[in-house]
Design a protein around this ligand. Structure first.
Ligand code: SAH
Length: 354
């Protein structure tokens, strides 16, 4: 029996088996897993695609992640920060286009203090209490996470990047530690956030065993969301000449995660779209159920270059939403004009893991 068939039968594989599947899968495995992942997603969430309005609030960053295009030491980046009222205006626009989740993402930029973020979050929530707010602003103190939660943010994306200590360290400078990252992730859960983990597929020095470790972490921690995308090299970074991650492997992992954790919210990420114009569609075919349209204002969008060739597609008008809708309809999906919370309850996990 194939490992993919075992996964479909049992809903899980152990670490050894996962790493073997990752190193030996073929087209047949992809087809089998994709069919099962779609079936599970359709059963759990239907054919709805949840939209998350992504606003990239700043490309200033104090971190120096070796893979990232906006790392501190990249002097060629034209740095920007969005004004508070611009962020709020983008939230309004996204709301008026039917989106019910706002994602504020950025580099680790101290300009975005707790006070400032609190004002922004409160002001969005005051106008639109039915809009969920997700933050993706890297590592902050427990106190800071708590304040932002109490002001109305309910979800937080913080990819672990690699749970294998040795590998994490090969991707980050010495001062950045996996232990600290995990502490942040635990704090987020303790406070009550819906948490998103994730990692890049095909990052330098990554082995299939490393990936298997991250999949096992995800199946144990049971986050509400997981962001998976291929590594794509970025100019003017230490990894600028490294090769890109594989599209097929990324797709395989999306389906594996859907099968192991049916209730996950899984975005078909921008990075998938960067490798192939149909990348995002393929993500949906492999069991993803979230798309994050870029709602950063046009003038700044091209400065948030995490990697080379990042698509700068956005949804700026009702017309563009209609186009996306027509496209998704042609694939048999519909846009969900709702918050789209995960079916994973937070409470269960607090009991299990804290
Ligand atoms: N600063 C925040 C959020 C911005 S980066 C944070 O670190 O959490 C969001 C994600 O983009 C990162 O978690 C990383 O996995 C991904 N990313 C960064 N550089 C990338 C690259 N070169 N290729 C693909 N993904 C990348």
């Amino acid at each position: 029996m194939r490992l993919s068939e075992r996964l479909i039968r049992d809903g899980k594989l152990d670490k050894k088996e996962l790493s073997l599947l990752l190193s030996s899968f073929d087209g047949k495995d992809l087809a089998l897993l994709s069919e099962e992942a779609r079936r599970i997603r359709d059963k759990e969430y239907g054919r709805k695609v949840y939209l998350r309005a992504l606003v990239e609030i700043s490309n200033h960053c104090r971190c120096n992640c070796l893979y990232c295009g906006i790392r501190r030491d990249n002097r060629t980046v034209r740095r920007y920060r969005l004004e508070d009222d611009v962020i709020i205006a983008q939230a309004e626009l996204s709301y008026s286009l039917g989106m019910r989740t706002l994602v504020l993402q950025g580099g680790e930029d101290q300009y975005f203090s707790d006070d400032r973020l609190e004002r922004i979050i409160r002001s969005v929530k005051e106008k639109h209490s039915d809009m969920a707010i997700t933050l993706s602003l890297g590592e902050r103190s427990e106190e800071s996470y708590r304040r932002l939660f109490l002001s109305g943010a309910e979800r937080y994306l913080l990819r672990e990047e690699s749970i294998t200590k040795r590998h994490f360290q090969m991707l980050h400078p010495e001062g950045q530690k996996i232990e600290e990252r995990i502490r942040c992730i635990q704090n987020l859960r303790k406070i009550g956030y819906q948490v998103g983990l994730g990692f890049m597929v095909g990052s330098p020095y990554q082995s299939d065993e490393n990936i298997a470790n991250d999949i096992i972490l995800i199946s144990r921690f049971a986050p509400q969301m997981v962001g998976i995308g291929p590594f794509i090299h970025a100019e003017n970074t230490p990894f600028e000449n490294e090769k890109n991650g594989s599209l097929e492997k990324t797709l395989l992992i999306i389906s594996v995660l859907r099968i192991m954790r049916p209730k996950l919210l899984l975005p078909s990420t921008t990075a998938l779209g960067a490798l192939d114009p149909r990348g995002r569609d393929m993500g949906l075919e492999m069991g993803a159920n979230v798309i994050m349209p870029n709602m950063t204002p046009q003038t700044e969008r091209e400065k948030y270059n995490l990697y080379d060739g990042k698509p700068h597609v956005a949804l700026e008008s009702a017309e563009e939403i209609k186009k996306l809708e027509a496209h998704l309809t042609s694939l048999g999906y519909e846009i969900a004009r709702e918050r789209g919370d995960s079916h994973e309850e937070n409470e269960n996990y607090r009991r299990e893991y804290v």
